[in-house]
Ligand binder design. Structure first.
Ligand code: NAD
Length: 313
């Protein structure tokens, strides 16, 4: 019986990832300080898997506790992730992706285990071409509203590269593109959740700018499959994970209204600073190296999210 450690286990992706391993019979140690996460996610995992889910409430930027078990993988997911939360906690965001990641690497090294860092499509900034390929270096504003997140993740990538070089380790990282699904937090302003929630409540759907900026939304189950395939590989180089089904934000709003059969209106507001104009992953590496292919269509995924919201309210 093996064990994995997941930092950020009380968050959206962390809860799904933990549950994926728990369902396989793997023990999971979750670590989270509830900066943006939810105690109800921890309670859920503890209730479903009382024997095999252990939770440590602590800041990942503090030294990790001593654990005697053999740890197969360490997933470092702890970080504010939505624009709203990283702008509310910019210093914490910088710290957990630098000091926190360093702690997680030290812990992984002490256990002879492989660490996977959750990087992001935001490292590409305002991309010069689309789709974004792992070899693109990105065009990022280092001094602005989003730089605490974008630069923290870029630093994290550099830390993984350098740690592997100096210590001959095999840690890796994935660049996650917009992911959505059940257990997303309702109030952190991520587009699919906000649109579906507002549509179900017959409230306006706010589209920023002219709505022609694009995103590619990946359903959580597809992302978890990619993440675990990456962990099982020996790859240490970045791999994009997400969906390459690109859609404008305006079209997404229209789709959500149709799926939920909502009477809500679409309204327009000013585009925020550094809002990326285009997001679409080049998934060639993921396909070739991991045999990864997203399989959940946007209509089905949004329907699942709407059903989950209705069930939990
Ligand atoms: P989330 O906000 O739902 O979860 C993050 C979790 O990390 C929360 O439970 C929070 O309390 C915890 N956390 C934050 N700082 C911490 C600290 N110092 N110590 C311990 N715990 C801490 O976010 P998510 O969507 O689940 O994202 C998980 C990871 O994936 C993040 O690193 C994020 O940057 C990355 N990512 C997510 C997406 C996406 O679309 N969801 C896209 C790109 C990258």
């Amino acid at each position: 019986m093996s064990t994995v450690l997941v930092t950020g286990s009380a968050g959206f992706i962390g809860t799904h990832l933990s549950e994926h391993y728990l369902k396989l019979g793997v023990n999971v140690i979750g670590l989270d300080n509830y900066l943006t996460g939810s105690q109800s996610n921890t309670d859920y995992l503890k209730k479903q898997y009382p024997e095999r889910f252990i939770f440590i409430e602590q800041d990942a930027s503090d030294t990790f506790p001593a654990i005697v078990e053999k740890i197969k993988y360490v997933f470092h997911l702890a970080s504010p992730a939505s624009v709203k939360s990283f702008q509310k906690f910019p210093l914490e965001t910088l710290k957990v992706n630098s000091v926190g990641l360093q702690n997680a690497i030290r812990f992984a090294d002490a256990h002879n285990s492989r660490l996977i860092f959750a990087s992001t499509s935001e490292i590409y900034g305002s991309p010069l071409k689309s789709p974004q390929n792992e070899n693109d270096w990105g065009q990022v504003n280092s001094f602005g509203e989003r730089s605490c997140y974008d630069e923290a993740k870029r630093f994290g990538e550099a830390l993984i590269f350098s740690a592997n070089k100096v210590n001959s380790t095999t840690h890796g990282l994935v660049r996650i593109f917009n992911t959505y699904g059940p257990r997303m937090f309702e109030n952190d302003d991520r587009v699919p959740m906000t649109f579906v929630k507002n549509a179900l409540n017959n409230q306006d759907l706010t589209v920023y700018g002219n709505g022609l900026q694009t995103r590619s939304f990946c359903y959580i189950d597809d992302l978890i499959r990619g993440l675990t395939l990456y962990a099982d590989s020996r790859l240490t180089t970045p791999v994009n994970l997400g969906s390459d089904n690109e859609i404008t934000v305006l079209r997404l709003a229209e789709k959500v209204l149709k799926i939920t059969n909502s009477k809500s209106k679409i309204i327009f507001a000013e585009l925020p600073q550094d809002d990326p104009p285009q997001r679409k992953p080049d998934l060639q590496t993921a396909k070739e190296e991991l045999n990864y292919e997203p399989t959940t269509g946007l209509t089905d995924g949004l329907q699942n999210l709407a059903n989950w919201l209705k069930l939990t309210h």
